[in-house]
Design a protein around this ligand. Structure first.
Ligand code: ZN
Ligand code: FE
Length: 256
């Protein structure tokens, strides 16, 4: 299986997942034209659309893709299906549902917090995390609670360390500025910031990121690191529990 990132809108990623036979699916098509251009360039036929959550910058291309290429399966969470907030959605997914793509098992994680219907797709050692886990950061908590979001990030953190993370936005350079403010002594964060700046200068994506690197550098996965706990306490965390530490960091990032 090949993963082809497709830059969309200002800083979004859609992803084409391609099998050997020329078939592909797309995750989070925020707009159709760049997805169609990538399909053409790679000589792929689109067979299905998968979405991580209902926000417009993840589903905005569904209508145009179906109009141009014909109706096809549109997968999203069961919650979003019940809310009828993903265009043309045909199937609602729950955690534990068995799915297959190009002969490989796909697992679904329910990761509420950014939205209540957010899910991640795990396939072939890759995690598609939408706006829940970003490279060096995480999404804003719009619909859920801080505790809910922290529990969702804990699910992603528990994946194998060599998992390749593909997220919904290219926010990496800015995320690492915040990471450096939280852990100014961390050489891992400083090296990672240099890596991200070099990619940014060349106009290259920072996805995929290895989960192992996120564990070292992403403050939103480091609620049990002493330096992060101290930084969170200094920013108003009431105690050192993961939810409080995470919540204080997330609130601080909202106004950073
Ligand atoms: Zn979103
Ligand atoms: Fe988004």
């Amino acid at each position: 299986m090949r993963v082809i990132p497709v830059a969309c809108l200002k800083d979004n990623y859609a992803y084409l997942l391609a099998g050997d036979g020329g078939d592909a699916i797309v995750i989070d098509p925020s707009e159709a034209p760049p997805v169609q251009a990538a399909l053409q360039r790679e000589q792929l036929s689109l067979r299905a659309i998968w979405v991580t959550h209902h926000h417009f910058d993840h589903v905005g291309g569904i209508e145009d893709l179906c109009a141009a290429l014909g109706a096809m399966p549109v997968l999203g969470s069961q919650y979003d299906l019940e809310q009828r907030r993903v265009p043309r959605q045909t199937r609602g997914l729950r955690e534990g549902d068995a799915l297959e793509l190009f002969g490989q098992p796909v697992s679904i994680l329910e990761i509420p917090g950014h939205t209540l219907g957010a899910i991640a797709y795990i396939v072939a050692g890759c995690a598609f995390s939408g706006d829940t886990l970003f490279v060096a950061g995480c999404g804003r908590v719009f619909e859920g609670t801080m505790a809910m979001m922290q529990a969702s990030l804990a699910k992603l953190r528990a994946l194998p360390a060599d998992t390749a993370l593909y997220c919904g936005h290219e926010y990496t350079v800015a995320n690492l500025r915040f990471a450096a403010a939280i852990e100014p002594e961390s050489s891992a964060v400083q090296e990672r910031a240099q890596w991200a700046a070099a990619l940014h200068e060349r106009g290259e994506p920072s996805v995929p990121s290895k989960l192992a690197d996120e564990l070292r550098c992403n403050p939103f996965l480091r609620w049990d690191a002493d330096a992060v706990i101290a930084a969170a306490r200094a920013r108003g965390a009431a105690d050192s529990t993961p939810a409080s530490v995470f919540g204080a960091l997330r609130s601080a990032k909202d106004t950073f």
